[in-house]
Write a protein that binds this ligand. Structure first.
Ligand SMILES: O=C(O)c1ccccc1N[C@@H]1O[C@H](COP(=O)(O)O)[C@@H](O)[C@H]1O
Length: 207
């Protein structure tokens, strides 16, 4: 069994990126979505600080908007939030342009199994009213069709109990964990202690 990956998401400050890197976070997400309290308005400054761990997390109406943003950044990974009508084509376009796609996979039934490099199994917008970043868990009833990070209300304390609720078929694809709002001291500001605890608990975790 390979080591679990830790993704920390929604960083808005250089000092938080430094904490995430020294904690050993495998993936560091920057949210480009002005409606989010974690929207990063200093992407061109912060993205290079994440080194090879950086991920652009973006809500957009069409894939071209995401590609345009990516072209300005030294990032090779993207977590795209696109309307259902262009989700599959969008993922294909992003991959064809050379990006690794972390596809948000809301916990809802009957989704088309769109191929992606990694899935982010998260709480559905229909449940929380917002894209991602709600701090709320999901029922883990509709697993993604491949390797995934478990997301939605994650922090160090939630890991064991959330894994215990996973259906057996989901365990074989569990590749790690993703946390955003529960690692904060206030919206958009990471708490170094919570972030360190989360990354270290993920890396110590063995199924
Ligand atoms: O964090 C946000 O505000 C956000 C906004 C738009 C898209 C995704 C966002 N975050 C992602 O949401 C999940 C779960 O977050 P949380 O731990 O429940 O707060 C995570 O994948 C973030 O990448």
């Amino acid at each position: 069994m390979s080591r679990m990956r830790a993704k920390v998401c929604g960083l808005t400050r250089a000092e938080d990126v430094a904490v995430a890197r020294s904690a050993g976070a495998d993936l560091i997400g920057f949210v480009h979505y002005p409606q989010s309290p974690r929207h990063c308005d200093a992407l061109t400054t912060l993205a290079p600080l994440a080194g090879s761990a950086g991920v652009l997390v973006m809500v957009a109406e069409q894939p071209d908007d995401i590609l345009q943003q990516l072209r300005q950044l030294p990032l090779t990974r993207v977590q795209p939030y696109l309307p259902d009508a262009c989700r599959a084509d969008g993922v294909r376009a992003l991959q064809a342009a050379g990006y690794e796609v972390l596809l948000p996979w809301p916990d809802v039934p009957d989704q088309a199994p769109i191929p992606a490099d990694l899935y982010i199994w998260e709480t559905a917008r229909a449940q929380t009213g917002v894209h991602g970043g709600s701090g709320q868990a999901h029922a883990a009833a509709h697993p993604p069709p491949g390797p995934h990070l478990l997301a939605g209300g994650m922090d160090a304390d939630a890991i064991a109990s959330r894994v215990a609720q996973l259906p057996t078929e989901a365990l074989k694809h569990l590749a790690g964990f993703d946390a955003a709002s529960r690692l904060e001291s206030s919206p958009g500001i990471k708490d170094a202690h919570r972030l360190n605890q989360f990354v270290s608990k993920v890396h110590d975790y063995a199924l």
